[in-house]
Design a binder for this molecule. Structure first.
Ligand SMILES: Nc1ncnc2c1ncn2[C@@H]1O[C@H](COP(=O)(O)OP(=O)(O)OP(=O)(O)O)[C@@H](O)[C@H]1O
Length: 571
């Protein structure tokens, strides 16, 4: 945390940080001077009845507090500015890191917890860095300065008064430890609430269709109740801490009145000196509380920092090969490919497959056979455990990831459209595409006519995740979005599974048109799609068990023919 503080906060912003800290020091010095002025006022001005000095000192007090106000403002403003800038940079850096994460990271981590890293954890770091660390050091200096001035004035009275301080330290330290512990639990609970909320938003249709609102409400309430309980515990601790510290400080005050009063009566201390002492000791609890709060917030910031470190340091497994993908026709070869996800035993075994440009290959098989895993490997979301995938004769691990993926038009069962217009969505992968190109892609995907019939044509907003369009329309826009890059390979994972038969016909028509001249893989269980393919690859338990045209495989009477007869082609 401290290396981070130095490298990310002090070094890049040092002029502002130095001015801010200097202002904070000046504001503290102005605060420290006040009791000395009170002493002057009582011992010299009031005792001598000097009216001129009284005016002078009164004006001095106004100026002193005005300066204190100005310095506090400069400190607060500059620190907030630097803190915001730091967090802005960190968010940008984290976003870049997030986008470069392996696909496996997104599968294995809860979205809400990742969002919480970007919101809660960064806010904790901002608080620690721009408020707590400077406050911790400067308020410590402040307390030390108060104590030194007190010793300078009257070391005996100081020592008697200080006898109460260790108790204040002990109490503050104890509460500090407890609050930090609860604070961390609270952060965890809040991250879980965020995660739950995110899942609820994503699954709104399921919750509604199963009428599980009450059940989800109860689960949400449980989580939020836990976070609220922890928050209450924290507030209760603070509520005890403040009066306790004030009580201990009041004991110090009583000591000064008793011991200092005797010194005044004996003529060893002036009345002004005793007042100055009282003002100083009254001023001790506030910085002590700030130190304690700063220490708590520092601890929470450190935990948040560790969580972010963990997020940033998770190793990647998919590396960019660096080589630009050569312009080719999209000849795809799986050469003896085997694969397993980290926690699984073998998923794919010795897959050998060659798909030529212009060919439509249907991948079929029972659920869990490994069909989507084949797609994941071709997209390089994962790498094979052994063997290799070659496109136009080059191992895809040697290629630049983006240039490889841009050659593949990937279409999923449930296409994700972004909040924006139809045109923006089609242009997503090719921001510089002309309107004519967008229209070309839409025509190729058989989407142009229905787009023109929308209220604002290509400028019609598609709604959150494309919710304002029908499933078939969303799918055809997704096909247009893939086609605008003129990919050599089309990869379709159950593109019509979620559609009714009329939408399926329309989408199939657009796929047929789109696949012309490209190497096309369709993972499907629809018979109509299978019959349109040039070759069927039947997968079972991660192995290719049969391959041939639909007709050939039916004639062979093997597993595929049995699956067709039983209408069990996998999903
Ligand atoms: N990200 C993952 N991490 C670990 N295991 C996974 C992952 N994705 C899939 N699997 C496992 O790998 C096996 C093959 O899954 P895959 O999704 O490739 O099958 P599929 O044939 O496409 O199935 P379906 O037709 O049901 O979609 C399954 O046993 C599944 O549990």
């Amino acid at each position: 945390m401290y290396t981070f503080y130095w490298q990310k906060f002090i070094l890049p912003f040092w002029p502002k940080v130095v001015i801010a800290l200097a202002s904070f020091l000046m504001a503290s010095v102005a605060g420290l001077a006040a009791p000395i002025i009170i002493k002057l006022l009582i011992d010299n001005v009031l005792a001598d009845g000097d009216l001129y000095q009284l005016h002078f000192i009164t004006a001095g007090i106004v100026v002193l507090y005005l300066l204190r106000g100005i310095f506090s403002y400069v400190y607060g403003y500059l620190m907030a500015k630097v803190g915001n800038r730091l967090i802005e940079r960190m968010r940008q850096e984290m976003f870049v890191k997030l986008q470069s994460k392996d696909y496996a990271y997104f599968v294995n981590n809860q979205t809400g917890e990742v969002i919480s890293l970007f919101s809660n954890d960064l806010t904790l770091i901002q608080q620690a860095v721009s408020v707590s660390i400077p406050e911790f050091f400067i308020e410590t200096l402040n307390v030390l300065a108060i104590l030194s001035i007190m010793i300078y004035f009257d070391w005996q009275l100081s020592l008697v008064t200080f006898a109460t301080l260790p108790f204040i330290f002990l109490v503050v330290g104890y509460f500090n430890k407890k609050t930090a512990k609860i604070g961390m639990l609270m952060e965890d609970s809040l991250a879980k609430v965020a995660s739950f909320l995110h899942q609820t938003l994503l699954s709104a249709t399921i919750v509604k269709s199963y009428s599980r609102e009450e059940y989800e409400y109860r689960k949400f309430s449980q989580r939020i109740h836990q976070a609220a309980e922890e928050f209450l515990k924290m507030q209760r601790l603070n509520a005890v801490l403040v009066p306790l510290v004030e009580f201990l400080a009041a004991i110090g005050l009583t000591v000064i009145i008793w011991f200092g009063g005797r010194e005044v009566i004996d003529g060893e201390l002036t009345i002004g000196g005793m007042f100055a002492f009282l003002v100083y000791i009254i001023n001790v609890p506030a910085p002590m509380r700030k130190i304690a709060q700063a220490a708590t917030s520092l601890r929470m910031g450190t935990v948040a920092w560790e969580r972010i470190q963990q997020f940033e340091s998770q190793p990647r497994t998919i590396f960019d090969g660096g080589m630009e993908a050569p312009k080719g026709h999209g000849l795809v070869e799986f050469r003896d490919v085997s694969f397993c996800y980290s926690q699984n035993t073998g998923i794919l075994h010795h897959i050998n497959l060659c798909a030529r440009p212009g060919e439509i290959i249907a991948i079929v098989g029972p659920s869990g056979a490994g069909k989507s895993s084949v797609a994941n490997l071709l997209l390089r979301l994962y790498d094979p455990t052994s063997g290799g995938i070659y496109v136009d004769g080059v191992d895809i691990r040697e290629l630049n990831l983006a240039s490889h993926r841009k050659r593949i038009g990937f279409i999923q069962q449930e296409p994700i459209l972004f909040h924006g217009t139809v045109r923006e969505n089609i242009r997503y992968g090719f921001p510089g595409a002309s309107d004519a190109k967008v229209e070309w892609a839409a025509r190729m995907a058989d989407a142009h006519d229905f787009i023109l019939a929308l209220p604002n044509g290509y400028e019609t907003p598609v709604g959150e995740l494309g919710g304002l369009l029908s499933g078939g329309q969303r799918q055809r826009i997704a096909i247009a979005r893939a086609l605008i890059l003129e990919p050599a390979i089309l990869l379709l994972d159950e593109p019509t599974a979620a559609l009714d038969s009329q939408s399926e016909r329309q989408v199939m028509e657009s796929i047929r048109r789109a696949s012309g001249g490209r190497t096309t893989f369709i993972i499907t269980h629809r018979l109509s799609t299978l019959m349109a393919s040039d070759r069927v690859v039947y997968l079972a338990n991660g192995c290719i068990v049969e391959t041939g045209t639909h007709g050939e495989l039916l004639q062979r009477g093997g597993l595929y023919a049995k699956a067709v007869a039983l209408e069990a082609l996998g999903a």
